[in-house]
Design a protein around this ligand. Structure first.
Ligand SMILES: *Cc1c(COP(=O)(O)O)cnc(C)c1O
Length: 402
């Protein structure tokens, strides 16, 4: 069990920094990372934190300090990672749908790249040939993950080069003498069924012999975390065992040992984060009691975008009688966090905490309704440090021509 913050700590932080506020717990991240490294201690494995989950530079620095590497989804994330102090060889850029100039820029910065279209692979070949190593992102045709929005490996997904176009990939590899070092698949998020990873490996083993310069296979991210009681996290120990077994069944035909890469985002950050908000108004109707918060889908979009469940607790009245509340935001749009959720009696001014808010929380926030983005706080060694100021009215005008 990884560490968590106490409600007393969260209340104190809300008092010091105001609400709504995102709070991240460094030691929880350490615990999650340790689970990964301990389980895979007997396999040559590298972990790249998928930083689109949360890119605050202080979090990136912390991730670096524990020895984890970083996976980026845009060249700006690459620049943030380098600014945070990562060595270029510890940075991976897994692109999709991007203009070739972004790949050129990333190569200029010296980082690892995974390319996910034949078009960009061709442009890469014509421009760089054998002179720069490259990874190829494949679409394995596997359905995985919580729902269609977060599944990326199925055969209607835009991600990766469909595996039935392998011939075309190989033609490019031959034509430009490409130095393909990595084969990548990322099948989705919230994956509970470990056999999905094994299936992915099986798919890769069939084609590994065709890439003689290969040094790693990248199985992406998507480990599941627990959102509510009874939920189970991906069993990392069992995954490590299955990966080891799959490898021992398939000696690498190229002779070289293959590294296994993973790109966990949610697994490292989700439960490390909390969103603390305050109750603005209570509204009783014939059927429902609404609790309206001083936040909304402008700050935490996952419940509305993915139908994600977030545990919500009233930390101001933890022993109050439990009643059903429909918990909503303050945005002029239907921004319901939870329908008829049982919560300890809510009063105006109470503090409500959203759990599992570390990954894809702040990072997906917006200025909708001209509301400002919340502050972010990192707790490390028991000390709470502001790592992003709450936005102010002036920030809304920053790029407008007045
Ligand atoms: C989003 C993403 C990840 C991380 O997914 P999680 O569900 O957060 O673990 C890893 N790799 C790639 C390529 C991604 O796009």
């Amino acid at each position: 069990m990884s560490e968590s913050l106490t409600t007393e700590q969260l209340k104190e932080i809300a008092g010091t920094f105001g609400t709504p506020v995102y709070v991240y717990h460094a030691e929880h991240i350490n615990g999650q990372y340790k689970k990964l490294t301990a389980a895979f201690a007997r396999t040559d494995t590298r972990f790249f934190y998928a930083c689109k989950a949360l890119t605050n530079i202080n979090v990136l620095r912390h991730i670096k300090s524990i020895g984890c590497q970083v996976d980026c989804s845009s060249v700006n994330e690459v620049k943030l990672a380098l600014l945070a102090g990562f060595e270029p060889e510890h940075v991976l850029y897994t692109s999709n749908g991007i203009h070739f100039s972004e790949i050129e820029e990333a190569i200029g910065l010296g980082v690892n790249i995974n390319i996910d279209s034949l078009s960009n692979l061709q442009k890469f070949g014509a421009r760089f040939g054998h002179s720069y190593p490259v990874g190829v992102r494949l679409r394995p045709g596997i359905m995985a993950g919580g729902n269609l929005k977060i599944s990326t490996g199925h055969d209607k997904s835009k991600f990766g080069i469909p595996i039935d176009q392998l011939d075309k990939i190989l033609t490019l590899v031959n034509e430009y003498d490409l130095l393909v070092r990595t084969l990548h698949i990322h099948t989705g998020s919230d994956i509970q069924d470990l056999d999905i990873f094994v299936k992915g490996i099986e798919v890769l083993f069939d084609i590994i012999p065709k890439f003689r310069d290969l040094s790693s296979i990248d199985l992406g991210g998507g480990f599941k975390v627990s959102y509510k009681e009874g939920d189970v996290e991906t069993d990392i120990g069992l995954l490590a065992k299955k990966v080891r077994e799959a490898f021992s069944d398939h000696p690498n035909p190229n002779g070289k040992p293959l590294q296994v890469w993973f790109e966990p985002g949610k697994f490292l950050l989700s439960a490390a984060g909390y969103l603390v908000s305050e109750v603005n108004v209570l509204k009783e109707t014939n059927t429902t009691t609404f609790a309206g918060l001083n936040t909304g889908f402008n700050h935490l979009l996952r419940p509305m975008f993915y139908d994600a469940y977030h545990r919500i607790e009233n930390i101001s009245n933890p022993f109050g009688p439990v009643k059903p509340y429909t918990i909503t935001g303050n945005i002029c749009e239907t921004d319901t966090f939870a329908w008829d959720r049982m919560v300890n009696e809510i009063r105006e001014g109470d503090l409500l905490v959203f759990y599992n808010a570390g990954a894809y929380g702040f990072e997906m926030s917006s200025n909708f309704n001209s509301r400002v983005k919340p502050a972010e706080v990192l707790v490390k060694d028991g000390k709470a440090q502001l790592i992003r100021k709450r936005e102010e009215f002036e920030d809304l005008l920053r790029n407008q021509i007045l």
